[in-house]
Design a binder for this molecule. Structure first.
Ligand code: SIN
Ligand code: FE2
Length: 181
């Protein structure tokens, strides 16, 4: 998986995007697939091209697509055909506050999330921001699938603890696969 991602990251490097409010995200991001998720001063959206290079996002490696499709099937969502893979890089201290993934057109498709490298605490809440999230430790190779009535569940990542992983060094890489269009 890491080897397949290296070519993607060479063509579409990690960058710290800005929130619509102008704050620099602590998580560095890039994408592969037909669509890529971006945020800047004008809001959250999917684009066909990388705004940094103006090139189409790199192709989604077959190994990534196949893993996500198989995981979704095992989780009860057969026929998942993700068209976007957001790649998140967390260095120690980086976090993702509770949010819903709702920039996609079709909420009948699930979300598949693959964790690589350093472990993290995944916060998995309910359909309201105030719902107290469960804390689930995600280790290298763990895959989470959520959809159906949980598709719009609030979720996030607690600040990453420092560490050194043989695969990724001092970081965690997360792949989030979705059907955007
Ligand atoms: C996300 O919600 O986009 C990423 C979650 C994660 O890093 O596990
Ligand atoms: Fe998310």
């Amino acid at each position: 998986m890491i080897a397949a991602l290296e070519a993607v990251i060479a063509a579409a490097p990690f960058r710290h995007m800005l929130t619509p409010g102008g704050r620099r995200m602590s998580v560095a991001m890039t994408n592969c697939g037909r669509n890529g998720w971006v945020t800047d001063r004008s809001g959250y959206r999917y684009t066909g091209c990388d705004p940094m290079t103006q090139n189409p996002w790199p192709q989604m490696p077959a190994a990534v697509f196949n893993l996500a499709a198989r995981a979704a099937g095992a989780g009860g969502f057969p026929g998942f055909t993700p068209d976007t893979c957001l790649i998140n890089r967390y260095r120690p201290g980086a976090q993702l506050t509770l949010h819903q993934d709702k920039d996609e057109c079709d909420f009948s498709a699930p979300i598949v999330s693959v964790s690589l490298g350093l472990s993290a605490v995944f916060l998995f809440g309910g359909l309201h921001r105030r719902d107290r999230p469960r804390r689930i430790r995600m280790h290298n190779g763990d895959v989470a699938v959520w959809g159906g009535t949980a598709r719009l569940a609030y979720h996030g990542i607690a600040p990453l603890a420092d560490g050194d992983h043989p695969l990724t060094g001092r970081c965690r890489i997360n792949l989030t696969l979705r059907k955007a269009t």
